[in-house]
Design a protein around this ligand. Structure first.
Ligand SMILES: [Zn+2]
Length: 173
C-alpha cells in the first residue's frame, strides 16, 4: 500500500466497508465514529478524521446506505437516478477552483461526487460487492480486464478453497 491519501472514491468504499459481516460486531460504526476516525487516519486523512463527530453518525449511516445502493445497482440508469437525488439533497454544488473541481456539501457532497464522477465515466460495471459469501464488502475493480469478484485476497482464497472442496466432493462421491 502506498502512502498516498486515499481518493474520495476510495473513502466511499472505506465507508461502505465499515460494515463487514465477517467482523463481530459487523457494523463497526453503529454507535460511534471511532472506527471511522481511525480508518481515515490510517489512510492519510488525519485532518478529516479529527472533524468526525458523534453527531455525524446519522448522516454517515444514510450516506453509507445510499452509496451501497449505487454499488448494488446492475443498471447505470438506476445508479444515476439514486446519485442525482442524493446530490440534490446534499446541496452538492460543483465549483471550478484553480486546482480542479470543488464540491460543497461537506464529506457527504465529496463522496457522492466521487461516486457520481466514476459512474458518469465508467458506469456501474466496476463497482462491485464481494462474491465470497457471507462477505458483502464493496470494491472498485481497477483490473485491466474488469473481472474482479472479491473484495480482498483473503476472500478470493476462501472462495477458491470452497470451489476446490466442492469439485473434490463431486468427484469423490
Ligand atoms: Zn470479501
Amino acid at each position: 500500500m502506498s502512502d498516498e491519501p486515499l481518493s474520495d472514491l476510495g473513502l466511499a468504499v472505506l465507508l461502505l466497508n465499515s460494515v463487514d459481516l465477517l467482523e463481530d460486531p459487523a457494523d463497526r460504526m453503529a454507535s460511534d465514529p471511532v472506527w471511522w476516525r481511525r480508518a481515515l487516519g490510517r489512510h492519510g486523512h488525519a485532518d478529516l478524521a479529527r472533524t468526525q463527530r458523534n453527531a455525524d453518525l446519522p448522516m454517515l449511516h444514510a450516506l453509507r446506505a445510499t452509496i451501497r445502493t449505487v454499488f448494488e445497482c446492475d443498471d447505470a440508469e438506476d445508479a444515476r437516478r439514486v446519485l442525482n437525488l442524493a446530490l440534490l439533497y446534499a446541496d452538492a454544488v460543483v465549483q471550478v477552483e484553480p486546482d480542479g473541481l470543488a464540491v460543497s456539501g461537506g464529506l457527504r457532497g465529496r463522496l457522492l461526487f466521487a461516486v457520481a464522477e466514476h459512474v458518469a465515466t465508467h458506469g456501474v460495471a466496476r463497482l462491485g460487492i464481494c462474491a465470497s459469501d457471507p462477505c458483502r464488502c464493496a470494491y472498485v475493480d481497477t483490473t485491466r480486464a474488469g473481472t474482479r469478484r472479491y473484495c480482498c485476497t483473503l476472500c478470493n482464497d476462501r472462495a477458491a478453497a470452497r470451489a476446490y472442496r466442492r469439485r473434490k466432493g463431486e468427484t469423490g462421491s
